[in-house]
Design a protein around this ligand. Structure first.
Ligand code: SAM
Length: 344
């Protein structure tokens, strides 16, 4: 059986099977089946609904030094900022009025935001917006910290694994960071009952189909409820400034593959896709994505939260809704939780 049929039938492959699949779908005519199947599954479980998450990038301070990231610790050219609790709450208020029922608090690993401060923020958001889901994306923490955040009301956690291959991980991270810790964090989050998001960049320096195959095998094992996949985009003040960006086409194909192996996952059409391609968001939805994450943080801070070069065009919710409708989908006012309806 060819790897496309095998994936569609079994919803899983071996690492070699994924490499074979990625080679096979280089041809557009072969990729069509993968995309069609992804769209079929996406419609089966989510109809034409697209969930919105309001992204609040509340700090660009970071204690980490990931080689690819524009806000890494040693980048002296970044103008650093932190949002106050009041500013975070006013972003939520604006988002709530626009129809958002999920807020995503994302930031660098900023030591200023101690567990006590985070717990206070989580309580405050959940107290004011009890009908909304709160997602955190603040990096690697201890089990105990994750437990405290969960008890304070956090519902979901986004922590891309970035790459599941040990050798590749070392090429794009400094030695004090570890893939084992990253993976352990994801398992801790699952144990604590968070809806968990893993994911990876496509086209990060040193990545081949073998590393991508490893990422897919890891997703199979972890079974996350959410998966974020975006192209790598170089940032001018990193060692990877001259590296080429990841391929939009390959990113879309991977998104479709992930939809097939995790049919009910919540998968965003990522900002990085929208940055590399003006129609990236629509293409992400048409490839099997079912989430968009517009930014709610004030425009002056959005420019400072620069992970990579380039910007996604900012647009109003009306225009986003129109664009989504133009491709046959509909933005929905809903928390958009992961609710498994059946085991497949
Ligand atoms: N600190 C948190 C963490 O580690 O998960 C969240 C913030 S981190 C900046 C958010 C995501 O940005 C990362 O998971 C990474 O995949 C993505 N990112 C960083 N630099 C990037 C780049 N140059 N191109 C594309 N994505 C990038």
């Amino acid at each position: 059986m060819n790897p496309i049929d095998k994936l569609i039938k079994n919803r899983k492959l071996t690492k070699d099977g994924y490499v074979e699949l990625l080679n096979c779908i280089e041809k557009d005519e072969m990729a069509v089946r993968i995309t069609d199947e992804a769209v079929l599954l996406r419609k089966k479980y989510y109809g034409n609904k697209v969930y919105t998450r309001g992204l609040i990038e509340f700090t660009n301070y970071c204690r980490n030094n990931c080689f690819y990231c524009g806000i890494r610790r040693d980048n002296q050219t970044v103008s650093r900022y932190r949002l106050s609790l009041q500013e975070i709450l006013s972003c939520c208020q604006r988002g709530y009025e626009l129809g958002f029922r999920t807020f995503v608090l994302q930031g660098g690993e900023d030591p200023y935001f101690t567990d006590e401060r985070m717990v206070k923020i989580i309580y405050s958001v959940k107290e004011r917006y009890p009908d909304c889901a709160l997602t955190l994306s603040i990096g690697e923490k201890t089990y105990d910290s994750y437990r405290r955040f969960r008890e304070a009301g956090a519902d979901r956690y986004l922590l891309r694994h970035e790459t599941a291959d040990q050798v590749h991980y070392r090429k794009i991270h400094p030695k004090e960071m570890s893939l084992a810790v990253r993976k352990q964090c994801l398992y801790h989050l699952k144990t604590l009952g968070y809806q968990v998001g893993a994911g990876f960049m496509v086209g990060s320096p040193g990545q081949t189909y073998r590393e991508l195959a490893q990422d897919l095998v890891f997703l199979q094992e972890l079974q996350p409820q959410m998966v974020g996949i975006g192209p790598f985009i170089p940032h001018h003040s990193t060692r990877f400034a001259e590296e080429p960006p990841g391929s939009v086409k390959l990113t879309l194909r991977l998104l479709s593959i992930v939809r097939i192996l995790l049919p009910q996952a919540l998968i965003p059409a990522t900002t990085a896709l929208g940055t590399l391609d003006p129609e990236g968001r629509e293409k992400g939805l048409a490839a099997g994505g079912n989430v968009v994450m517009p930014k709610l943080s004030p425009a002056i801070y959005q420019k400072k939260y620069e992970l990579y070069d380039g910007e996604e065009a900012v647009e109003s919710m009306e225009s986003l809704a129109r664009r989504v409708e133009a491709i046959g989908y509909r933005l929905t006012v809903d928390r958009g939780d992961f609710v498994p309806t059946e085991s497949i």
